[in-house]
Design a protein around this ligand. Structure first.
Ligand code: ATP
Ligand code: MG
Ligand code: MG
Length: 546
């Protein structure tokens, strides 16, 4: 895929290549396996993979699994699957935990050079000494320990002689630095927790801000792209790189996170929606996860094109979720077969059509792409139309069917409504119409005009189907942690209707444009031989303009 988009990070890389600062580029995508990937991660994936690719470089997938409490193998597998589905192939798949030995050795080396010490003050006490933005911190008494004592204590930390929180390893940097992150940050903490990868081998774990630069350097990463909230950490990143005994010199570059309207985008919050059953799982089609978008019917190309178009900058912004929908329509409009589905059926009886008659009418598969050819659809005495396409007592400018009105049935004939039947609840159950054989579609009939065109499905051959229509999961006023108060209780509407007979053999994830209703995809989980289930991906039109 050609990527013609430029942005400030690409310009930095261009300069670095020209100046010879690096002779190849290596990037990484570093998710923490504590949840499923979401559309925000897609922005980072597209950026990292396509940037490296453009300069002939490579991208690793690296699981940042330094926090054993929240991590899980299920998440690791889902992340691999999602990246592959998007169409990227990592140069290597690594785990931060692969480097725990190396990280430990680097910490020992810092201790030996007087650059790190074991702290026995509690977290609370350490916080008190840290100072504030306007007030320098105070040095802890632990800072003056000898190298020998630090080496001994650190080894005993590793050997499990202390409980969680009893000791930490801190960098010896500068307690009066204006950057709080440099006031002797913690490098290692004790946590007697089993790790999904290393089991019970370790009871001390490196902090993210120590581990991350080391992981980058070990892998020979040249440009370490992260989101803006790490900007204040960059001096610490640089300190670790400068003091580690590793050759590579990666540089950290920050860019703005993707924020989307009507969307929460944090694994923690998405996990809450799953755990508290607001949705049916991480791949619920309403979720902004890659797996949710996939199940809903979004294509990899629509997601990638969206990520390219939103651009990469240093300024936080909020992107309209309709922009993502726009790229789905763009991607499918020439490829998705057109077909007719009646979502909320009402039966029409064509009283002057032969009792046992059935004919097959030609219909184009995609009028915007003639190469897709034609299909045949049945027509007979009984057809279904949408309930909303008939009104007993229509307002002005209602051009669909009503008593004594005539409309066109798409691909078929004009029909004229003469009568209708209601049940005891006043619900209309059947319409009685006649058709005019002279008005057959394609016959060139010009005798008279009608204003409305209705889609239909012939009754005897109709295939029953369930349709799932989605609305935003989150109302647009939601902000911060109160998002659960803004969950839309009507984000899912289920309809039962019919599709054309040639839809009988559809497969999971097949995508269609249903006349007037929008783009739909066959649900891969719940569609069975007896029951087709379609997810609406997006509606046909939107007021959104690029
Ligand atoms: P979350 O809050 O969703 O857990 P995170 O940043 O903690 O987000 P990570 O697993 O650490 O999630 O993210 C992996 C990579 O994806 C990081 O480089 C991170 O900066 C990037 N990323 C995460 N969310 C976004 C986003 N909304 N926009 C762009 N990049 C993102
Ligand atoms: Mg993170
Ligand atoms: Mg996180």
């Amino acid at each position: 895929e050609e990527n013609n988009y430029t942005h400030f990070i690409k310009q930095i890389v261009e300069k670095d290549m020209e100046s010879g600062a690096y002779d190849t580029i290596v990037t990484r995508f570093p998710p923490e396996p504590n949840g499923y990937l979401h559309i925000g991660h897609a922005k980072s994936i597209v950026l990292n993979f396509e940037l490296a690719d453009e300069f002939g470089g490579k991208t690793n997938l690296r699981f940042d699994d330094t926090n054993p409490l929240k991590e899980d193998k299920e998440y690791v597998e889902s992340i691999k699957r999602d990246i592959e589905w998007l169409g990227y192939d990592p140069e290597a798949v690594r785990f931060a935990s692969d480097y725990f030995d190396e990280m430990y050795n680097q910490a020992v080396s810092l201790i030996k050079r007087g650059l790190a010490y074991v702290e026995d003050l509690s977290q609370e006490e350490v916080r008190k000494l840290r100072g504030t933005l306007t007030e320098p911190g105070k040095e802890s008494p632990s800072r003056e320990r000898s190298v020998e004592e630090n080496l001994d204590l650190f080894e005993r930390m590793k050997n499990g002689e202390f409980g969680d929180g009893e000791k930490t390893l801190r960098a010896r940097i500068d307690m009066s630095s204006p950057n709080m992150n440099l006031r002797d940050p913690v490098l290692y903490r004790i946590s007697h927790t089993e790790h999904h990868n290393t089991g019970n081998k370790w009871c001390i774990y490196p902090m993210y801000s120590f581990a991350h630069p080391l992981e980058d350097a070990i892998e020979g990463v040249t440009h370490s792209l992260c989101t803006l909230e790490f900007e204040d950490q960059r001096p610490l990143y640089d300190w670790v790189i400068a003091n580690a005994e590793l050759d590579a010199e990666p540089k950290q570059i920050e860019f703005a996170r993707l924020n989307l309207t009507n969307t929460v985008m944090s694994k923690r919050k998405l996990k809450q929606l799953v755990d508290e059953n607001y949705v049916d799982g991480w791949d619920d089609p309403r979720m902004p996860t890659i797996s949710g978008l996939r199940r809903r019917g979004f294509t990899p190309e629509s997601i990638k094109q969206f990520c390219r178009e939103i651009g990469v900058s240093k300024a936080d912004n909020l992107v309209d979720v309709r922009m993502l929908e726009h790229f789905l329509r763009e991607d499918l409009k020439l490829e998705a077969p057109r077909t007719m589905a009646v979502l909320d059926p009402i039966k029409v009886i064509i009283t002057n059509y032969p009792e046992d008659g059935l004919e097959w009418l030609p219909a184009d598969i995609n009028p915007e792409n003639e190469s897709m050819g034609m299909r045949e659809i049945p027509f007979s005495r009984e057809i279904y139309i949408e309930r909303e396409d008939f009104m007993e007592d229509p307002p002005k400018k209602y051009f669909r069917l009503f008593p004594d009105n005539e409309v066109r049935i798409k691909h078929a004939y004009f029909i004229h409504c003469h009568d209708y039947k209601k049940d005891e609840n006043g619900q209309i159950t059947e319409l009685y119409c006649t058709y005019d054989p002279e008005t057959k579609s394609g016959s060139g009939f010009t005798g008279r005009k009608v204003k409305g065109t209705l889609h239909y499905v012939e009754a005897s051959q109709a295939v029953p189907a369930e349709f799932r229509l989605y609305d935003s999961l989150i109302d647009d006023e939601a902000e911060g942690d109160n998002f659960l108060d803004f969950v839309n209780g009507e984000s899912l509407t289920v309809k039962h209707g019919f599709v054309e007979p040639n839809m009988k053999d559809v497969k999971a994830n097949d995508k269609f444009q249903f006349f007037r209703h929008g783009y739909f995809s066959v649900d891969p989980e719940e569609a069975t031989d007896e029951k087709l289930v379609f997810n609406r991906i997006v509606e046909l039109k939107s007021s959104f303009k690029l």
